[in-house]
Design a protein around this ligand. Structure first.
Ligand code: COA
Length: 313
């Protein structure tokens, strides 16, 4: 078995592998676009287990700046772990994951993160490799009761000024840890990874000033909130109400990771937290820090850890 990089294997075989394993159309054009817009992607893009010229297994890595109590920490984030079904259970993913860890350690990176489901067989793989559950993911479900007319002055706009979203997010995430450092083009980056559902942006305006934004997708009468960002907590319920009035969903569904700041916030305005199988896992590549210590570094217990679905790879 050889381990080769993206440019050494056929882009068409990579596409086939990702369609088989995830139903993800990772075409050569899509790879080109991801490489163009996402500066967190390494030069080699991803690497592959190859036997007799057949691409059998894949692991991808990005490196992301996070914030923890000791300052900025560059971490690895693993994506796209998969093995062709007819080559499964022969140790390929395990070998590629070890290669990923060697590459990250070679860059002096300490922590490797990934998102998975506790209901997936991959969860066993990550456990065997020493990954630990770092933070849980919750759904927040809210039934929207019919609304009386509101005298709220908040309006919704889909026009975004230059760095407006990152500026709002930076204000919002002050004092929080985790995935708080975003590139200016973060929405373009998100949209380049097409496994991620595309989101529409609504900027909340109070008179002329922008007081927050939401990234949402609407399916029939369900509004999925992928990110809600209001630097001033007092604005949250008015913004949710403005969304409700404008888009008239029957249900709102929000997903968030661990942050008690988010759970409390949304709980107060009628979102019921529902635990899920999704989990954010971490491995200390130097094998020195316990999971509790890493959680402390990122303020998980105090509810200061920030991550939303748009930070996932
Ligand atoms: C998860 C996946 C990548 C594993 O690939 P693989 O090459 O078959 O894995 P390996 O042979 O290296 O297995 C390593 C370990 O993973 C676990 N594992 C893998 N397949 C498993 C299965 N079907 N049932 C239970 N555990 C399994 C085991 O702990 C295994 O070690 P063992 O064989 O010594 O018991 C593969 O099943 C896959 O592509 N699944 C679909 C895509 C996916 O869910 N990716 C993960 C997204 S987070």
């Amino acid at each position: 078995m050889k381990i080769l990089e993206y440019d050494e294997v056929g882009g068409d075989q990579v596409l086939e592998l990702n369609v088989r394993c995830f139903g993800w159309f990772l075409s050569p054009n899509e790879v080109k676009n991801i490489r163009k817009v996402d500066k967190r992607v390494p030069e080699y893009f991803a690497f592959y287990a190859v036997e007799r010229n057949e691409v059998l297994s894949q692991v991808g890595i990005v490196t992301v700046d996070t914030e923890c109590t000791s300052g900025k920490e560059k971490v690895g984030f693993i994506w796209g772990v998969c093995t062709r079904p007819d080559a499964a259970r022969s140790g390929l993913a395990m070998k590629l994951m070890k290669e990923a860890h060697d590459r990250l350690s070679g860059e002096n990176i300490r922590y490797s993160f990934l998102v998975t489901g506790k209901s997936l067989v991959a969860y066993n793989l990550y456990n065997e490799l020493g990954y630990k559950d770092f933070a849980s993911s919750y759904w927040g479900l809210r039934e929207c009761k019919s609304l009386s007319k509101s005298n709220s002055k908040i309006t919704l706009s889909s026009k975004i000024k230059n760095n407006e979203l990152v500026e709002i997010f930076t204000k919002y995430s002050k004092g929080l840890y985790g995935f708080v450092h975003r590139p200016e083009n973060f929405l373009q980056v998100r949209n380049a990874w097409t496994w991620m559902p595309q989101s529409k942006v609504h900027v909340f305006k109070d008179k002329k000033s922008s007081i927050g934004y939401a990234l949402v997708g609407k399916e029939k009468d369900i509004l999925k909130i992928r990110e809600l960002c209001c630097p001033n907590k007092k604005d949250i319920s008015r913004c949710i109400r403005a969304l409700e009035l404008k888009l008239k969903p029957k249900y709102m569904l929000s997903e968030w990771t661990a942050g008690i700041h988010q759970i409390n916030m949304l709980g107060q305005i009628g979102f019921k937290p529902l635990g899920s199988y999704a989990t954010l896992m971490v491995k200390d590549l130097k094998q020195k820090h316990s999971i509790k210590k890493i959680q402390r570094l990122y303020g998980v217990k105090e509810g200061k850890f920030q991550m939303t679905p748009v930070d996932e790879y």
